[in-house]
Design a protein around this ligand. Structure first.
Ligand code: 2IT
Length: 445
């Protein structure tokens, strides 16, 4: 396999799908050497079969707003690969969503889900609909129109969607209710459900909690701990909230959060009341973080800027893809950062990732670090299948074990002769080898 040849073919065919091409290139460059030691993979054209999604559904989503005006959005579901279990992955509702976004996310999800140790394939879906500023009734009508198109293609053993950016418990509720009505079954087809109708404890916190558990493993390997470290978080949604909560619980000082409007620098650090306020802000503020500085006057708001210019020990991108670029990486390194862990999917640009690895910084990619979210979704599926609920402690203990196993797999495949762990390489090889072997064993299908 020659990465450049495959990439040239994909670039010609999908010239405008920049994020998808970026995600594929990163994985192929990591696995090239190991892959070429397996002629059986080459013979079965495993790469060519894995880089293309199994199928993509694209559909029109017409809905009307509260004034009766009609709107038309585009809906998608990218069923990427189901070699190791039913398709699994979230829906993203955001005005920036394109097919390229969802193909990159579905591709990443396939390897992330393989790393979790649970039997889940990879998928992603969503729409260019933005729930921000819409009334509950508008969101409900959109969700019902979306599921009306998609319900025949999903199911508890076929494809199990969940949330992502713009899709939280409200949206999951509306979609679950409508699915249940159309399919005439109550089998838990979506994850991230409410606690009284099949949801799992810890699911809302799981991505952020899992990310911080992973960071603890990275640091522990160096004889360090997150306690007393200064942490910068980007975003202020569900993922940023979970990360800030767990980092604070473990004794770190979280000094920044951010939104599309700029970032908040709170030199006194977040506490329980401020972390709770993040949830309130998310629910009410229409996607701006600035009101935090009015509520807590010790905090300063920097309009239009990103938090990576702050001095910190640990940086946790928790917002969206490519939110930390090469210049940001340079600044973080110059300011003495110890560890950067992507809790967002593909949070760093290729230039940033290359710089962190070149300078042998502790850097870990989203598909390993943020796998706690989908892992607890997998545990939600297990509980639904057993028709039982686990306690908070039981779920949290399983999450901790999964994150520890993922860390171990990354070290196994990413450890270099000088003792440095390249977590990008480790995560990509561990995830890829598992999917590739399953695809090979199942024949041409
Ligand atoms: O990126 C992700 O892993 C998610 N948005 C969670 C997916 C899931 O199925 O819980």
């Amino acid at each position: 396999m020659k990465v450049e040849e495959i990439m040239l073919r994909l670039e010609a065919k999908y010239a405008h799908e920049r994020e998808y091409l970026q995600a594929v290139r990163e994985v192929l460059e990591s696995i090239e050497i190991i892959y070429n030691q397996h002629p059986e993979f080459e013979k079965a054209k495993i790469i060519e079969r894995i880089v293309e999604p199994d199928r993509i559904f694209t559909f029109k989503v017409p809905w009307h707003d509260d004034r009766g005006e009609i709107h038309v959005n585009t809906g998608y579901r990218v069923q990427f690969n189901n070699a190791i279990g039913p398709y699994k992955g979230g829906f993203r509702f955001h005005s920036s969503v394109t097919l390229s976004t969802l193909k990159f996310l579905g591709f990443e999800q396939t390897f992330k889900n393989a790393l979790t140790t649970l039997p889940m394939g990879g998928a992603k879906g969503g729409s260019d609909f933005n729930p921000r500023g819409k009334s509950d009734a508008e969101v409900m009508r959109f969700c019902q129109a979306f599921i009306t198109e998609l319900w025949r293609h999903i199911g508890p053993d076929t494809d199990v969607p969940a949330g992502d950016i713009g899709v939280g418990s409200r949206e999951i509720g509306y979609m679950y209710g409508w699915y249940k009505k159309l399919a005439r079954e109550n089998t838990g087809v979506l994850t991230g459900k409410g606690m009284t109708w099949g949801g799992s404890l810890i699911r809302p916190e799981a991505t952020g909690f899992g990310g911080v558990y992973f960071v603890e493993h990275i640091l522990q390997r160096q004889g360090l701990s997150i306690k007393d470290k200064t942490v910068v978080v980007s975003g202020f949604g569900n993922v940023a909230w979970g990360a800030a909560l767990k980092a604070t619980e473990l004794g770190a000082k979280v000094i920044a959060i951010s939104g599309p409007d700029g970032y908040i620098y709170d030199k006194t650090g977040l506490n329980k009341a401020k972390i709770d306020y993040m949830l309130y802000l998310r629910a009410t503020c229409n996607d701006v973080v600035q009101p935090y500085s009015e509520e807590f006057p010790e905090a300063v708001f920097f309009e239009g800027r990103r938090p990576w210019e702050l001095e910190c020990d640990i940086a946790l991108p928790c917002a969206i893809q490519n939110e930390l670029n090469g210049d940001d990486a340079r600044q973080l390194i110059d300011n003495g950062v110890i560890c950067v862990a992507e809790i967002s999917n593909m949070g760093c640009t290729p230039e940033a990732v290359a710089l962190f690895i070149k300078e042998k910084k502790l850097f870990a990619p989203g598909k390993a670090v943020n796998a706690g979210g989908v892992s607890v979704s997998g545990l939600e599926m297990t509980q639904n299948a057993m028709k039982l609920n686990w306690t908070k402690e039981e779920v949290d203990d399983k999450l901790k074990l999964i994150m520890s196993n993922i860390h171990e797999s990354c070290v196994k495949y990413g450890l270099q002769s000088d003792g440095y762990v390249d977590y990008v390489r480790g995560a990509n090889i561990a995830g890829f080898m598992k999917v590739a072997q399953a695809v090979l064993e199942q024949g041409l299908c």
